[in-house]
Design a protein around this ligand. Structure first.
Ligand SMILES: O=C(O)CCC(=O)C(=O)O
Ligand SMILES: [Fe+2]
Length: 268
């Protein structure tokens, strides 16, 4: 990562770029060296109690469904969102994930993998970097992300369950494809669903805005932890006050400003 332009750097970038282009997802196995994995897990365990827990019934777009929509529209399918986020301002700046998030070499590497000139940290003091905590009996249900690209790093694996499932490219900037989304929600399109059992230290790059995805129910006493790194091609991105309150249970003065802009006209 710190040797841009070298043959190994270029090969790693090419592999991730090809996987993203083909499957909407790239996994860099063992991105975090084995000697750092205990510390990575322990740092996550230390902050996990600071997560905002608020189980809510949501839909796949995280919107208030329009009552005029037909009953079988995917926006009308209720899902229980049971994951909890630790916000950036609760993550010590000395922690590994907080050092990685703004790191210029990390961002340049990711930008090259994604194929964009630059990736900026979000200006959002809560949402740019989070720890996603999924406890036993809970899941992070089917959804689309606001961001085009999601970068995540598993820091603690559950004993059972907690599988990352996704359907690559089920919608595009021009088409919601609600029939197929409804079929996946109804469990009728299992053949299209891909499954990833991530290991601690694996870095995942993922086109979450266009690929329907979820984390299945975690089983056992070990909560599943992932660091979620959010970037944008534009500087200055801040989440809306309403969405921020849903995710973190609070807002900061920064969230009072103008609404963030989406790259398309899709529901969310
Ligand atoms: O924790 C994960 O592996 C996925 C999280 C996710 O999809 C999200 O935060 O939007
Ligand atoms: Fe997501």
């Amino acid at each position: 990562m710190h040797e841009p332009g070298t043959p190994r750097w270029s090969a790693a970038v090419r592999a991730a770029h090809d996987a993203l282009a083909g499957d909407g997802c790239a996994v860099l196995s063992g991105f975090v060296r084995a000697s750092f994995r205990d510390r990575l897990r322990a740092e996550g365990e230390q902050i996990a109690p600071l997560a905002h827990h608020e189980t809510r019934v949501v839909n796949v777009y995280n919107t208030e469904p329009d009552p005029a929509l037909p009953a079988d529209h995917p926006a009308r399918v209720p899902l229980e969102r049971g994951n909890a986020f630790v916000a950036r301002d609760r993550i010590p700046v000395t922690g590994l994930i907080h050092r990685l998030y703004p790191d210029p070499a990390f961002r340049a590497f990711l930008a090259a993998c994604v194929g964009v000139p630059e990736l900026h940290e979000l200006a959002d003091p809560l949402a740019g970097l989070c720890l996603n905590v999924v406890s036993g009996g809970r899941s992070h249900p089917w959804h689309f992300d606001t961001n085009e690209v999601a970068i995540s790093l598993l820091t603690r694996a559950p004993e059972q369950g907690g599988i990352f499932e996704y359907v690559p490219g089920i919608r595009s900037a021009g088409a919601e494809n609600t029939d197929e989304v409804a079929a996946v929600l109804a469990g009728e399109d299992a053949g299209r669903v891909r499954r990833l059992r991530l290991r601690p230290g694996d870095l995942q790059l993922f086109y979450g805005r266009y690929s329907l995805h979820r984390v299945t129910t975690v089983r056992g006493a070990t909560d599943r932890h992932t660091a979620i790194f959010s970037y944008s091609g534009r500087p200055g991105v801040i989440g809306s006050a309403e969405r921020t309150r849903q995710l973190f249970g609070r807002t900061l003065p920064a969230h009072g400003g103008p609404r963030s802009v989406r790259v398309d006209g899709l529901m969310d």
